[in-house]
Design a binder for this molecule. Sequence first.
Ligand code: 3PG
Length: 390
Amino acid sequence: MQRIPVVSKKAVAGKRVLMRVDFDVAIEGGIIREDYRIRANMSSIELVLVAGGYPRLIAHMGRPGGARVDVLSMAHIGAYCEKILKRKVIFVRDPFNESARRRYQDSHEILLFENIRFWQGEEKNDRDFAYMLAEWGEAYINEAFANCHRAHASMDMLARILPAYAGLHLEKEIRNLGAVMKSPKRPFVAVLGGAKLETKLPLITRFVRRADAVLIGGALANTLLSARGFSMGKSTIERDAVLFSSPALKSKRIILPQDVIIVDTFERGSWPRVVAIDKVPQDVYVGDIGPKTIVHFSEILQKAAMIVWNGPLGYTELVQCREGTEKIAEVITKSAAFTLIGGGDSIAAVSRAKMLNKFSFVSTGGGAMLEFLAGKRLPGLEALKVTKKQ
Ligand code: 3PG
């Protein structure tokens, strides 16, 4: 990795280190549903501790929009970190409060600040706000790849104020995702699902140029099939003539489902049936890719040397619509190819099927992974390139 300094023991030895971590995980009823993102931060935290440094963790959760929202408090995460790290973690409810700063400023314990998006200065990338944060440390580590596409104060401005480094996991993200685009092993197959054609079009455009095949399922496939004149029943379809006019979407490298699973409702008792792609009735929803599509996708994937996957291939919240995603995950994880997966929903679906640890690399990024692979510059990474000399 060129030009982005990576954290080392020497860089943080004996220092108070502001670490922008990524703890943006789904919590339901007080339970953390998937902790992959949290664990990805731990190697850098351990490194700082081993070097005799003092981590001050800055994180966000959800989109509170500059106001306090109790369900999005970091207080829920502190106890979880204590368990993983087997160390005391002090929760600092207001890092901008003078008496809190005096009290904890020189603490040798790990500090975890309240959700940084509770303050408006964060999303505004406010300079004074970043300077106030900077008073808590002598060095900065960015370990929040999933948030690197956001030009926020704790991602961008802060990295320009303090000597700044990429965390150990962030370095792996850049190395692995960089290799996918710079030197893909062939055949290189991309698998895309989920929704939001608008967000994914730049990536589809890049993949049709660089990959040997682009397999598309999920809501994304419904939209593309509808644009090609097939009825998708009552499924939500994105209708945007400008997007559809993109030449990339006409590429022969794009492989769409030939059959699908349909359901009457997205409810537990709903009865799933298989239909060919030109036989979807008007009064149903398309919930998953069908068995012929699974076979077709599998044949292509079995020949691949590199596979990148983002987005589930069906409505995986519903048990009847999980088979496509799980069967494809099985084929991918059994292949000898270099396999990379990213995106919150795909990770949740594959993790539920207990196959996440069989991928060569799991990216913590959702939007950030899409933007990185599409060739965009990410503000969080750019800031690390112009940081003060260490
Ligand atoms: C993510 O979950 O992808 C990152 O944490 C960014 O979150 P955001 O889309 O709310 O900015």
